[in-house]
Design a protein around this ligand. Structure first.
Ligand code: WTA
Length: 634
């Protein structure tokens, strides 16, 4: 949220791990592990050995068609098999794999064996709907066991899943659904949010006519409200009816290492959202390895990642990572402060959560209530904390460290992206920590801060964050948009490096301090929102001719939207119109797009070639120098 971290770089507090953490840790010597990681192929191939392969790979890394890297070429493997089937012939068979709970206190537990059967039933049902290897299945579901089951069912039969976050609304939904060419959509009658039920099915009903590729809509009965079956349309079917009578056994599809695994949409700075495509083996290796190292996963852990499954954090570290390691993953449906701001701490105490992975925005939100709520519960089961999504402010870090970790346990500030698939820059439990930095690149990762020409910048100086060598969980392309894949990520900085789109600095210890995005992507409560998407949504309102949006800093959300609008003749920006515009944006994009402020302008600052100069608006808003205005139109 703070763009200028020169102040943060002065952060001198250093927190070292205590002996208990070191004693327990899988990796006790950080530097030695980083050293090992320098032999990329050896390092990652050793990590790949943890899985059951149907056929081993013949090459660890194929760099012949940069930037289209390939990992573990010609290997044959299946993710669902390794995440579920593999455990049922071990003593994990009857261990809880998924522990679901929600804000109402409902609870559902699935052991690995039960999960195995449920996944197989759904896999068989999807096949009966005509889904074959390579087809896309979309999901628009709340945090519920059926979402995890459906994703694993796709993976088991080689279908590609595309999960759309249930907080997105009609416009965003339609765009993602059509880009992915989904044949089947799985949704639910609703989701619980702060004592209310949000009707997801209604949003689907309003969108579906604009989604011609969808042949079948599967509806999960989630809320307990009765559904009038006769009101379902011809293409709709209830989830429970669909899987009823299906066999609990299903043959596994042997996937090539590089077969597509999933598409996940994320916002870019221009145009439509980007369909980030991940493939099978490298993703598995990267995600399982980083989760094990960063959060030091052991038998008996209860892992809780609070992210929604609709984002990459949910994919990699709520479902796939923990199940690949055979741990128990907690799935919570609800807000952090409902029915009261002790809701999360109550769950930690009740179930004995050992590792908690959350986001700075949630920490800042809960921090407002002070230490009262955390002090009401016994949090002594916790061993490691984690943060992801945006830079964590040192005050929020300290609050988390003191009130939740009781100054005894470390915080893993993990930097990574939808595109990277896995943690990239992060401490591990034995690392010395400084509040506000994700510390060093993980073993096997070569990250740097460079200038436009690709040269490393001196310590303390700002620059672009890049990754210099390929890593196994890297995305392979943007779905339907290879050109954009190359142009956005691999071209702008010379040297064939991956441009992350973030600004960063390194301090005297080489620790990397992320300063926020270098492009026009906003980070609202840890969610990426593209300015172009918001601008298009504004322009689709009858009163708006043109719009430009920038991020405005916000104490809880990190950033919110500040919009500058040019209105049609006859319209005035009064409170009624502001309310109407806010509703419109919510309808188009969903509650993720939080509007902080709307301002009416007579003209937008543009370059002579007609590009909106958001930079000028930003500088003006912050009362800063406008910088170079030579390209500004008269
Ligand atoms: C930001 C989320 C600072 C960053 C996993 C990145 C962070 C974008 C951190 C990716 C962190 C994520 N410190 N910034 N620990 N983690 N970011 O694709 O700007 O939703 O580029 O992936 O979030 O967001 P995405």
């Amino acid at each position: 949220m703070t763009k200028d971290t020169s102040v943060l770089l002065d952060e001198k507090r250093l927190f070292k791990p205590n002996y208990k953490i070191v004693e327990e840790a899988h990796v006790k010597n950080w530097e030695a592990e980083i050293e090992k990681g320098k032999d990329l192929e050896k390092y990652w191939s050793e990590k790949a050995e943890q899985f059951e392969w149907f056929e081993k790979w013949d090459k660890v890394l194929d760099e012949s068609k940069k930037p289209f890297y390939k990992w573990f070429t010609n290997g044959k493997i299946n993710l669902a098999y390794n995440a579920v089937d593999r455990w049922i012939s071990t003593d994990k068979r009857n261990q809880v794999a998924i522990l679901y709970t929600n804000e109402r206190g409902d609870e559902k537990k699935l052991t690995y064996y039960e999960l195995y059967r449920e996944v197989n039933k759904m896999a068989n049902a999807l096949k009966n709907l005509g889904i074959k290897k390579g087809d896309t299945v979309s999901m628009y579901l709340p945090m519920c066991p059926e979402l995890l089951i459906s994703m694993l069912a796709c993976t088991k039969i080689g279908a590609v899943h595309s999960v759309v976050y249930s907080g997105l609304s009609v416009g965003a939904f339609v765009e993602r659904m059509n880009d992915a060419d989904a044949k089947v959509l799985i949704t639910a009658d609703g989701t619980f949010r702060r004592g209310k039920i949000i009707d997801l099915k209604k949003i689907v009903d309003e969108s579906i006519l604009q989604c011609p590729t969808i042949e079948t809509v599967v509806v999960v009965r989630h809320t307990g409200n009765p559904i009038n079956v006769s009101e379902l349309s011809g293409r709709e079917i209830l989830y429970d009816r669909l899987v009823e009578g299906e066999s609990g056994e299903c043959p596994v599809e042997e996937m090539d290492s590089e077969d597509p695994l999933f598409i996940l949409y994320t916002s870019g700075s221009t145009g439509k959202p980007k369909g980030v495509l991940h493939t099978t083996a490298g993703y598995m290796v990267g995600v399982a390895t980083t989760l094990k190292n960063v959060f030091d996963i052991h038998n008996g852990d209860l892992w809780w990642c609070t992210a929604d499954i609709g984002w990459i954090t949910g994919h990699s570290y709520l479902i796939y990572g923990p199940l690949l390691l055979g741990t128990t993953t907690l799935v919570y449906e609800g807000a952090p402060d409902y029915p009261d701001p002790g809701a999360w701490w109550k769950i930690v105490e009740k179930y004995g959560v050992t590792k908690l992975y959350t986001a700075p925005t949630a920490i800042r939100h809960l921090m407002r209530y002070g230490s009262k709520y955390p002090n009401m519960y016994n949090l002594s089961s916790l061993k490691i904390l984690g943060s992801v999504g945006e830079p964590i402010n040192p005050e929020a870090w300290m609050w988390f460290y003191k009130n939740i970790g009781k100054e005894k346990i470390p915080i893993m500030d993990t930097w990574w992206q939808t595109e990277t698939g896995m943690h990239m820059i992060s401490p591990i439990p034995v690392s010395p920590l400084k509040p506000g930095t994700a510390t060093l690149p993980l073993p096997g990762i070569d990250a740097d801060v460079v200038d436009e020409k690709g040269n490393s910048v001196p310590l303390g100086k700002g620059g672009y964050l890049v990754i210099k060598k390929p890593w196994p969980a890297m995305f392979r392309t943007l779905y339907n948009d290879e050109e954009r894949f190359i142009n956005v990520y691999w071209k702008e900085i010379p040297g064939g490096v991956y441009r992350a789109g973030d600004l960063a600095r390194k301090d005297e210890d080489g620790y990397i301090w992320i300063q926020g995005r270098s492009d026009d992507v906003l980070n609202i409560a840890g969610h990426r929102v593209g300015s172009a998407e918001v601008e298009s949504a504004f322009v689709s309102h009858p009163a708006v001719v043109e719009s430009a949006v920038i991020g405005k800093s916000d104490p809880i959300k990190g950033e919110v939207i500040k919009a500058f609008l040019i209105l049609k003749e006859g319209y005035k920006l009064n409170t009624t119109l502001i309310e109407d515009l806010k509703k419109h944006i919510r309808y188009e994009l969903g509650p993720v797009a939080v509007i902080g402020d709307i301002e009416q302008l007579d003209a937008l600052p543009k370059t002579r070639s007609g590009k909106i100069m958001r930079r000028i608006l930003r500088a003006q808003e912050m009362g800063e120098d406008l910088g170079d205005t030579s390209t500004l139109e008269e």
